[in-house]
Design a protein. Sequence first.
Length: 529
Amino acid sequence: QIYDFVLMEGVRLTKSESGFVSFLNAEAKMKKMRIWTTYDSGLPKVLDLPENYQDLNQGAWFEIIHNKKSLIINDTTKSDIAQKLLLPNPPIHRYILIPIMIKNRLYAVAAMGNKKEPYVDSDVNQIRLLIDAVNTIIQKKQDEEQREFYRKEIEKTEKINSLGILAGGIAHDFNNILTAVLGNISLAELTENTNESRNRLNEAKKAIIRSKELTQQLLTFAKGGTPIKKLSSFDILLRETADFAIRGSNVKIAYDVSDDLWPGEIDEGQISQVINNLVLNAMQAMPNGGTLCIQANNKVIHTESKLPLVPGNYVVITVQDEGIGIPEKYLDQIFDPYFTTKKEAGGSGLGLATSYAIISKHAGHITVKSKVGIGSTFSVFIPATPDKQPEESKNMLEDLSYGTGKILLMDDEDIIRKVAKRMLEKLGYTVTTTINGEETIEIYKDALTKRDPYELVVLDLTIPGGMGGKETVKELKKIQPNLKAIVSSGYSADPIMSEFKKYGFTGIIAKPWKFEEFSRLIHSVLHNE
């Protein structure tokens, strides 16, 4: 409507027969044109322009696009730079071209044609004043829209932050519950003699560990976090995560996993989250069901590779769907936060952005290829360590590490204190439990005074309303510089968990604890292994 007004007024002010505005894209190519004539030209008001409408590398168009100055051509038959304009009947034999600049970019070109008398500078000036006035209105409107956009983005960020805090709190509390359940299941395994019961308890443990991974996703969303890496195999992690993600759906998975797949130093919870996100993304792209192809292979990246990766050994996990596909114009934005092409399917725009961030923190990379109507392929490159092999998991009863010594354990949850005490006593240790840092320091000092010191302290990182693990270990180190301390938390994404030695801890364990891992950690810390 604004440019219709510009054309109508421009034609009237310059006493021309016709006028048009050609809109240019970021590459200065003409895409659309609005037309205004004092007669019936037989053309629509808005016209999509063909790719070869004008040769923009020569003549009048070249002059105005590159020099961004107005042009007056009063006789097209006598001008070296004149080009044939749009209207064929009657043909335009005289015209002016005026560039329309918005924020230093050539946004459009206005033209007035077929004035009865020759065009003069005052005609250009009148159009220029008209365009400047209109640009001021447009600029103001755009500024208002931009302010509104930023306001909504800030509001969205605040909501995300609030959700993050809520998610973190829920995950922390849920991990405490899982710790108690998993601990009691592990203790039950020690006393249960029948194979059938042990198998059922083992299945229950697997469900708890899967729940742990789900809470880890909440925590990663809440706080991000540096990966807590350990040497791991990809095969089982890949299959278990993907199979769990498609439960209850009409999607099937076809696996093609290399038999000699290399292991890698990874944060299993975070890599599981990436796989889960890619599988969910593929399922949303196939609302009517279909087959999801998942491949995993070894790959050596060489110096000449175009991928932004350090040359070396990688495992490549490929997730290929046969869904709706992603338009090419969106591929560069697909990993941007909040960007989604699946709003109607419940997409939040966070899954792929989170996955990209996680893989980047693992010094890896994600690529995407897609064709509309055919499907999408996501490839995840993760650094591998072919010269190392992770330890094979054993039966829990065979894998427990027993020992002796005095342990002081701090946790604000009564149910966790009880199950931890039972677990550690089952391993042979003498255990005292406390509820906060103040009590821990008091009991630790008292034991030193009586020359019956604790050999190890296990500290919960977060104590609501009290002194947590970070502050407690700092105070205990002042009393005993050679203190051996393990930090435990449901907030495994907390920076302290990835840089625990920097804060004075000897070891870490994330909730919920696996009995065998907990026993090995305590044994290794006590024996300086």
